[in-house]
Design a protein around this ligand. Structure first.
Ligand code: FEO
Length: 395
């Protein structure tokens, strides 16, 4: 994607990665992604905000060339992760005069990850300003968005917040500016769930701090630019809030149909009680969709058979992911079947140390579920409804 002007002397010079389908060899990218980079030409100095993934550095260099950038004073590194920093060494090779502006922690990461020499850095502190002449950059150190070294850059005269990963979306699009529709919201929420949700409380604080800035535009490092910052900021406020919905997320796997039968019965039991249920068959589920469903759901019930002595490995994987994503889940339970014994419930509980959720009495059937097992599933559905009512989750 060629360079495009955002405002006078401010350009989008990043690249779209239309074909990328996996991030961190873990996260599905159904809509590709982009690595945004921004060029600011001040009256005295020129600065680049973030670089791109090393696989796309040639495109970034080409975009700078089409703008006739033959001298670069600063490269601002908001974040050391390689999808933004991977292209920095190449930029520093081409622009031998350029200095990398970042905080101390990010500098140390960049030295470790990319072997950039210490002499190429200018380190800043939280709240520091650097003048480009007629334009001023202010640095807002915002740890854990989603690494410990992350920061944001605010361009004062133009009221633009360069937010790097924060407010981003893995969305390859030719649209420079956000079309604030359901599709974008879904993509941004997926990104939040996968990347930001474990740091919900940190982000809550950062959002409060950003209230002090007059932000007219948000230019993240993934996905489109927001001309209406309130669209994405309001969505984030909802996602990081303590409010949860009258919903049950039900990731499950079944080998011979016993757990499947219990899941089917339980879905109807929840619907009968007015509780929304989101089942995910773990043999085919997209983990990004599971993550999205966890953002504001009150309860998770895991469905798993016992394999040999413990939960099915697919259920272990889902539980492990849930634990590291740290959703605001209030209640958890387990349903499933076993043949001759095992420690399924105990092992699943042990995989969830990060969650402060209350564990509700599981329902584990011996073999194919019988009438007593179905009654136990009804009791679990009643229990969930009562818990949601007591917690004022049911309005
Ligand atoms: Fe888009 Fe944390 O890198």
């Amino acid at each position: 994607m060629k360079a495009r002007e955002i405002k006078p002397d401010i350009y989008s010079v990043g690249v779209v990665d239309w074909d990328r389908r996996l991030f961190d060899e873990l996260i599905p990218l159904p809509d590709g992604t982009s690595y945004n980079s921004y060029l600011i030409r001040g009256s005295e100095k020129t600065a680049l905000i973030d670089a791109v993934d090393s696989t796309k550095e040639d495109e970034l260099i080409a975009n700078l060339s089409t703008l006739n950038i033959d001298h670069l004073d600063y490269l601002v590194a908001n974040h050391a992760e390689q999808d933004h920093s991977g292209g920095i060494p190449r930029i520093l090779d081409v622009y031998t005069e350029a200095k990398v502006i970042t905080n101390k922690k990010c500098r140390d990461f960049l030295i470790d990850l990319l072997l950039i020499s210490e002499g190429r850095f200018i380190t800043i502190e939280d709240g520091d300003n650097i003048s480009l002449g007629n334009k001023t950059l202010e640095f807002i150190i915002a740890p854990w968005v989603h690494w410990p070294e992350t920061m944001l850059t605010y361009l004062k005269e133009d009221n633009i917040l360069f937010s790097c990963d924060l407010f981003g979306s893995h969305l390859a699009t030719s649209q420079l500016y956000a079309i604030c529709d359901e599709k974008l919201l879904e993509s941004a929420k997926r990104y939040y769930a996968e990347i930001m949700m474990p740091f919900r409380n940190n982000i809550k604080n950062h959002l409060e701090r950003l209230e002090n800035y007059n932000i007219g535009m948000i230019a993240p490092s993934h996905g489109p630019i927001y001309k209406k910052p309130e669209f994405i900021m309001d969505a984030y406020k909802e996602w990081v809030s303590d409010d949860v919905k009258n919903e049950v997320v039900l990731p499950y796997v079944s080998m011979h149909g016993s757990t499947q039968k219990m899941v089917e019965y339980f879905i109807d039991a929840l619907i009968d009680r007015g509780i929304e249920v989101k089942p995910f068959n773990l043999t085919v589920a997209d983990i990004g969709e599971i993550a999205v469903s966890l953002v504001n759901s009150a309860t998770v019930v895991l469905g798993t058979p016992t394999v040999l002595t413990g939960p099915h490995p697919s259920a272990v994987y889902a539980t492990y992911l849930m634990n590291i994503l740290r959703p605001n889940t209030r209640f958890i339970s387990i349903i499933g079947s076993y043949g001759w014994g095992g420690r399924t419930v105990e092992l699943i509980k042990g995989l969830l140390p990060n969650l402060k959720a209350e564990i509700l009495e599981p329902v584990i059937a011996k073999g194919y579920p019988n009438d007593e097992d179905f009654r136990a599933l009804d009791r679990l559905a009643d229990n969930i409804l009562n818990k949601h009512i007591e917690a004022k989750i049911v309005k």
